[in-house]
Design a protein around this ligand. Structure first.
Ligand code: HEC
Length: 131
């Protein structure tokens, strides 16, 4: 009896943990949030970068390395130090660009809302060809 209860508790905890780890975002809602990024970014493969770097293929890319785009020195330095874009690093950067790349050239205040961040990551993964 106690054992069954404990097993159930453990499973509930595991499922809860999984939901957090999976970043269960809503890509459709994320599309609306990406409107804030569209002023400066495109996500089409091979398209010329406008104000900000083209984000196609950004997941798994080393920061500041997209060819043909003039990144700030601080961003290039972060890349040289090993910053690679993934769910966690992009999330942290969008939440507070200046904290992740001090002195960088992305002029964006940041999104702090957890759900909006999850939704945006889900949309970005879908739109930028992430595996
Ligand atoms: C006002 C223009 C502007 C807005 C708005 C903006 N960005 Fe940027 N973004 C930039 C610029 C410029 C850079 C290059 C920064 C540097 O070199 O320091 C950049 C860099 C990035 C990078 C790093 C890319 C790489 O190849 O290293 C990511 C990821 C990114 N932006 C995502 C976003 C997302 C997602 C949003 C919306 C929530 C957003 N940006 C909003 C201009 C913008």
């Amino acid at each position: 009896m106690t054992r069954t209860f404990l097993t159930a508790l453990a499973m509930t905890a595991m499922l809860a943990g999984q939901a957090v780890a999976d970043d269960h975002g809503d890509a459709d809602a994320g599309k609306r949030i990406f409107a804030q990024c569209r002023a400066c970014h495109v996500t089409d493969r091979g398209a010329r970068s406008p104000v900000g770097p083209n984000l196609y293929g950004v997941f798994g890319r080393t920061a500041g390395t997209l060819e043909g785009f003039r990144f700030s020195e601080p961003m290039k330095k972060k890349g040289a130090e090993g910053l690679v874009w993934n769910n966690q690093t992009i999330r942290a950067y969008i939440a507070n660009p200046r904290a992740v790349v001090p002195g960088g050239s992305m002029v964006f205040a940041g999104i702090r809302n957890e759900k909006q961040l999850n939704d945006l990551i889900a949309y970005l993964r879908k739109e930028t060809g992430a595996q």
